[in-house]
Design a protein around this ligand. Structure first.
Ligand code: GDP
Length: 532
């Protein structure tokens, strides 16, 4: 059994795509799945051949339930590996869950729009990867359209986020003249050379044709574009921008590919690269810092908790990242935090609108547990020897609102509901002396978290409530003394976060940080994870 666990873990690659809306995440997800032959054609995943299918499927479910059914994981086989692609919801459903997904992956693909370069949401997600030491592969997308200069994009990445791109491929031509890429490196470090020429498949529903050309053939066919690409690629070698596994794993370099997800250019190479260089699941550390070996009994943690808004049976869907051992549907597991045992009869995989029952899962896989009320984000479940993984971090909120309950006879229920939603990680609950216990302030990464809170307070606790938005956009952590000093500071507000006992200062903009630092010398103002 233990050798089977090790073998299954070794063939898993679990990752997420981090990007700004519109960079092409849905498109590349679909293209990856198509390459992985999880499905027959791109349209099959999303229905009706509609390229926007992933999004629209979610939308209809969101409308049905009044909240976002944020996603889970897409699983497919490629070569001899099993790929788990976790979704990072963006757009209007960007929330703390989006960040939390990154606690459950072993690698990330940073997807950039070639005409736009680094954009705000990508930067925030990248910061989470950096903090968690998740290795990042960069895919520069939409190279079939007018783009920024390739070398400029590399420079932008290096200068703005301090990670050095090491191009694995280099584009020959751009826009309508994007012919293919030079393969700069074979992954084992030997020079690969040659050019992979791309050709569009009609209709975009099928894999692009690729053809490997020798240097001579490429020079003959693509003259100027090819020689320019060769020159630039050689230049990169001179500035030490060649792939290096050690610095990649340490998060100091990012292997970089150029492509166009829409026409599947470069997508196969991205998958190959993931299989070849992305880490497979490794032994996670428990709260005491000792690793839970992969071959130990089953263990996993909840990285996402989804309320089913169906009032007739208040159901909770918990998404578990398997960390060790073999998960088998129906097994009894123990919840580390409550020392409760629970059954796993209803286990599913879930992506988009499709759900399948899952019978077994291995380290790196994602399992959705239905009927998992009582499981909160960050909770560990296990079989056999006890283990508890560290709690998930709270991320930097960017939206603040005062929660108002209108029926004071329900105060007790209101408090219970708020505590429950806070514990589940639905939203961060803050208190201030100024507002008192009856008026908590909610803090969130995305406004969707407020909507979910209001909907669940009403549906599950029968407490209608409303939110008054507050004019704060970011937060800093201070100490007890800082909290006292800032009590009367204009334009900011000081809160306690009972979840971890932190003192948070909510601020309208980052200029106010500078003026506070100026007006209150020596004040502690620490940034929180991600955001700014
Ligand atoms: P998401 O918001 O990141 O999920 O982005 P989508 O996958 O929905 O893509 C946004 C838009 O960019 C859509 O109109 C796509 O068809 C388009 N798009 C995505 N990838 C490419 C690409 O490689 N080339 C071109 N020309 N368009 C692309």
């Amino acid at each position: 059994m233990s050798s089977q666990i090790a073998a299954q873990a070794a063939r898993r690659r679990t990752f997420a795509v981090i990007s700004h809306p519109d960079a092409g995440k849905s498109t590349i997800t679909e293209a990856l799945a198509l390459h992985g032959q999880a499905i027959a054609s791109a349209g099959a995943v999303h229905g009706k051949g509609d390229r926007k299918g992933v999004v629209s499927d979610w939308m209809s479910m969101e409308q049905d339930r009044g909240i976002s059914i944020t996603s889970a994981a897409l699983q497919f086989e490629y070569r001899d590996c099993v790929v788990n692609l976790l979704d990072t919801p963006g757009h209007a459903d960007f929330s703390e869950d989006t960040y939390r997904v990154l606690t459950a992956v072993d690698a990330a693909v940073m997807l950039l729009d070639a005409a736009k370069g680094l954009e705000p949401q990508t930067l925030k997600l990248f910061e989470v990867c950096r903090a968690r030491r998740i290795p990042v592969i960069t895919f520069i997308n939409k190279w079939d359209r007018p783009a920024k200069d390739a070398l400029d994009i590399l420079e932008e990445i290096e200068e703005r986020i301090g990670i050095k791109p090491t191009p694995v491929t280099w584009p020959v031509g751009v826009g309508g003249e994007f012919h293919g890429v030079i393969e700069r490196m074979a992954i084992d470090g030997t020079q690969a050379g040659g050019m992979v020429r791309y050709e569009r498949a009609p209709g975009g529903q099928h894999l692009a044709h690729t053809e490997v050309l020798t240097a001579d053939e490429a020079a003959e066919r693509f003259g100027e574009d090819y020689s320019r690409a060769v020159e630039e690629s050689e230049l990169l070698g001179e500035v030490d921008a060649d792939f290096d596994p050690k610095t990649f794993e340490a998060g100091h370099t990012t292997p970089t590919l150029f492509g166009a997800a829409l026409v599947h250019f470069g997508v196969g190479q991205l998958l190959d690269l993931l299989i070849d260089i992305a880490p497979s699941p490794f032994a996670r550390e428990d709260t005491a810092g000792s690793p839970r070996e992969l071959e130990s009994g089953f263990s996993g943690f909840v990285f996402k908790s989804q309320a089913n808004m169906n009032a007739s049976h208040r159901d909770q869907l918990a998404f578990i990242r398997v960390c060790s051992g073999r998960f088998e549907r129906g097994m009894q597991v123990t919840q580390a935090q409550g020392k409760r045992t629970m059954s796993t009869k209803y286990a599913q995989t879930m992506f988009g609108a499709s759900r399948d029952t899952v019978e077994e899962a291995w380290p790196g896989d994602i399992v959705g547990l239905v009927n998992a009320s009582g499981l909160s984000v960050g909770d560990t479940i296990y079989e056999g020897r006890a283990v508890e993984f560290p709690p998930l971090p709270a991320f930097a909120p960017e939206h603040f609102g005062a929660l108002q309950m209108h029926d004071t006879s329900k105060a007790k229920r209101f408090r219970r509901g708020i505590a429950q939603l806070d514990a589940e990680g639905v939203v961060q609950v803050l208190y201030s002396d100024r507002r008192g216990e009856a008026t908590p302030v909610l803090a969130a990464v995305g406004p969707l978290q407020f909507e979910v809170t209001i909907a669940r307070l009403s549906a599950e606790f029968d407490v209608p409530a409303t939110i008054d938005h507050l004019p704060y956009k970011l937060a800093r952590v201070t100490d007890a003394e800082g909290a006292k000093r800032l009590l009367t500071a204009p334009g900011v507000e000081v809160f306690r976060r009972p979840r971890d006992g932190a003192h948070l200062v909510a601020l309208p903009n980052k200029y106010r940080i500078a003026t506070i630092a100026n007006d209150y010398p020596g004040i502690v103002l620490e940034p929180l994870l991600a955001g700014g």
